[in-house]
Design a protein around this ligand. Sequence first.
Ligand code: PLP
Length: 456
Amino acid sequence: MNEISNHMPTSELQRLDAAHHLHPFTAHGPLSEKGVRVITGAEGTWLRDSEGRRILDGMAGLWCVNIGYGRAELAEAAYRQMKELPYYNTFFQTTHVPAIALATRIAELAPGDLNHVFFASSGSEANDTNLRLVRHYWARKGQPERQVIIARKNAYHGSSMGSASLGGMAAMHAQGGLPIPGIHHIDQPDWWGEGGEMTPEEFGRARARQLEEAIREIGPDKVGAFIAEPVQGAGGVIIPPESYWPEIMRIVQEYGILLIADEVICGFGRTGEWFGAQSYGITPDIMTIAKGLSSGYQPIGGSIVSDEIAATIAGDEFFHGYTYSGHPVACAVALENLRLLDEEGIVTRVRESTAPYLAEKWATLADHPLVGEAATRGLLGTMALTPDKARRAKFAADPGTVGLICREHCFAVDLVMRHVGDRMVISPPLVITEAEIDELVTRARRALDATLESVE
Ligand code: PLP
């Protein structure tokens, strides 16, 4: 067999891919008819494909390449660590320097008393850890009946049985008998889509109060935790009204339940602070991290927990862990990524200049006939497509049909934007420049024009 490489014709790579590769979140029938796009390289905010096209990556891969592509320092950190100690585990009272150094650095960056990190290799694994950790914590506190975790509809917390159950994606639950018992879902704070006649502030409070209603219905002594992203990402970049989080904080404190902030997307600079919780004044007991922790250069995630949780579970063994918890190469790369994000002032730059610039330019898209809402928070952007913006109306076609058409038109202009139903979302690398933001918005408008033609 010929060596499979970037030099093979695209059609041959596509044929082999269709023959042997099962993709995540993909319908394979249509895929093999059309052929996949083969990505061969990347630099900064730009991808290259096997046809030689340069593509503006408005999604930082899967919301993760915060530092941008092509940073040799991260490759060198991996190489150095692989030569020194490619693997050792952190079970049974052993450790190694990369895990110590990364946990220490994360504890420095994390707000409040979130000083302890349990490592995993992904956000899904970290959220599975959280599920078990919350139940273990309450058992140690002498309240083992506090089993229920409240989460939100349309949230994405991962793909494992536990994390997909925490998530509120109906299509995922429909496959394989999810959610598992003990998970309860309340509505998301999507004012544009679901706010009706309420003002955003009224709606934010009303949606937060669903948490209180759920706690009362289930029984306050049975609820262990509430999990949510500061800004719901894969659910459509749902930016909550300003009234939402203060009310959630009041409720979790009043009922004494743990708050898990899933920072897998919001963490590591995405909202202009190190963590989304800091942007919204949230004080979580646990934070889920992954993605931007290593900018996607290595698979690594984790759960950061408070002093109180760490002290409570310290007494006996937590029967939980992954072979790659605290993998030394992943830790070394993550540490280098955090160093660069900090020393190059990337998070500060997002807060002080890139995010305000994106907010201004993205908002100009709101005058397009198809766009109902065009909003940003940090370097997250969302755009609700609508046939009638005055009524905040939905399209007659199945939800997602027009969003999918728009995504295809984005591909045609070499822009990666993702659709979530009939919303278009962006989450570019944090190193995106103002000129690249201009280019992104110009291409987005061309894709919207083409979408309008397609749906008229
Ligand atoms: N949590 C959130 C908020 C996410 O967006 C994701 C992935 O998109 C996950 C968890 C799962 O992370 P992973 O894909 O690394 O398992």
